[in-house]
Design a protein around this ligand. Structure first.
Ligand SMILES: Cc1ncc(COP(=O)(O)O)c(C=O)c1O
Length: 411
């Protein structure tokens, strides 16, 4: 008997997971994983934030908690606090009842719900993402029914920085109502963010061409260590009067990766559209997963709504951001001291967990095969894979590789 499934072809592997498997299978004691998408301590271990542990312990002892279903749009105390965290406690849009949040399945679920709503309800068809971007943006929007995927220029290899002119030109050519996916801070994978003045120029084009801004907010607080500073871009757009959505993840800044705690913040310009929009979102969620999980959202809600825990959490974010910043400085210093060909300021100019090193495919192959240092083909590294114990080894391997292979970025 032949299977009904015999025509199913194997899909392409997901690079980041394949890389992690290759790392785990490697028996070399010097191996280093710079490919992971999560925070690691200086001992290369995942970190349960002490404030999260404490909150979970008190939840475990709270006999009043149960496992009843949450409402379709999730825990209200969570989404209200998450929306306030993103837009600011003095947000006019919140005060005027023009902003609301719904709990989602982490950042990915928030993006998917945004895409479902914008595609099915507002009938938008075209979305734009940066080159490069987090590789899941394309799949999420296409799977949600968007038929016109388009890209805008972002990374300029020569300067290892932002291609602002290219980006603005591509946005100027975008059709009205295109959804523009913007990373609100700590752009993944490049670590390159626009300056406030560049955000102003981007906002001018989005306004002039009547585009729809969608902010992917996966790293608030994780970039600079300061929640307010990292929310600059989206708050600026809200102040200018844009209708927009923000897709928040609490995976990184709370270390709650597998709890899938996320929020979709929606900002509109008239209060009367809030109730119908929420009712359509309710139907979309109902038809996809009925209602979200409680645990992670409950932890986040407790922390954001309890002043002492909130202060403690801000300290945890700072610890993570500072460790990343110090690894950036340490790597750049070592590369420069060794006399590594090329320039390395971009390592400290970039922000957040990821750095687009500028290493080419040949460099990457050499680092993986000869030095057991695992990184994505694009040359993206996760700064958290560096520790005080392996940073000399990694810097030296990059020095030897670049010296041997040369700098030709066309390889
Ligand atoms: C840019 C960006 N957006 C969204 C996400 C979503 O992550 P999650 O679904 O785990 O919250 C990630 C995670 O790596 C990301 O880097």
């Amino acid at each position: 008997m032949t299977s009904r499934f015999s025509e199913v072809s194997t899909g392409p592997p997901i690079e980041v997971f394949a890389l992690n498997k290759a790392f785990l299978d490697d028996t070399n004691p010097n191996k280093v994983n710079l490919g992971v998408g999560a925070y690691r301590t200086d001992d290369c271990k995942p970190w349960v934030l002490p404030v999260v542990r404490k909150t979970e312990q008190s939840m475990a002892n709270n006999e009043a908690l149960n496992h009843e279903y949450l409402p379709v749009l999730g825990l209200d105390s969570f989404s209200t606090a998450a929306t306030r965290m993103l837009l600011g406690k003095d947000s006019k849009a919140i005060a005027e009842g023009r902003a609301f949040g719904i709990q989602t399945l982490s950042g990915t679920g928030s993006l998917r719900m945004a895409a479902e709503f914008l595609g099915r309800i507002l009938k938008y068809k075209t979305f734009y993402y940066s080159v490069p971007t987090w590789e899941n943006h394309h799949l999420i929007f296409v799977n949600a029914g968007f038929t016109e995927p388009k890209t805008y220029r972002y990374w300029k290899a020569e300067t290892r920085g932002l291609d602002l002119d290219g980006m603005l030109e591509d946005l100027r050519n975008a059709p009205e109502n295109s959804v523009i996916i913007l990373h609100s801070c700590a752009h993944n994978p490049t670590g390159v963010d626009p300056t406030p003045d560049q955000w102003k120029q981007i906002a001018d084009v989005v306004q002039e061409k009547k585009l729809f801004p969608l902010f992917d907010c996966a790293y608030q607080g994780f970039a600079s260590g300061d929640l307010e500073k990292d929310a600059f871009a989206i708050r600026y757009f809200v102040e200018r009067g844009f209708e927009l959505v923000g897709c928040q993840s609490f995976a990184k800044n709370f270390g709650l990766y597998n709890e899938r705690a996320g929020n979709l913040t929606v900002v509109v310009n008239e209060t009367k559209v809030v109730a119908p929009s929420k009712s359509q979102l309710t139907l979309l969620v109902r038809g996809m997963y009925s209602n979200p999980p409680n645990h992670g959202a409950s932890v986040v809600s407790t922390v954001l709504n309890t002043p002492e825990l909130y202060e403690e959490w801000k300290g945890c974010i700072k610890t993570m951001a500072d460790r990343i910043i110090s690894m950036r400085q340490g790597l750049r210093e070592r590369l420069e001291k060794l006399g590594t060909p090329g320039t390395w300021e971009h390592i400290t100019n970039q922000i957040g967990m990821f750095s687009y090193t500028g290493l080419n495919q040949k460099h990457v192959e050499t680092l993986v095969n000869e030095y057991h240092i695992y990184l994505l083909k694009s040359g993206r590294i996760n700064m958290c894979g560096l520790t005080s114990k392996n940073i000399d080894y990694v810097a030296n391997a990059i020095f030897e590789t670049v010296s041997k292979v040369g700098l030709d970025s066309s390889l």
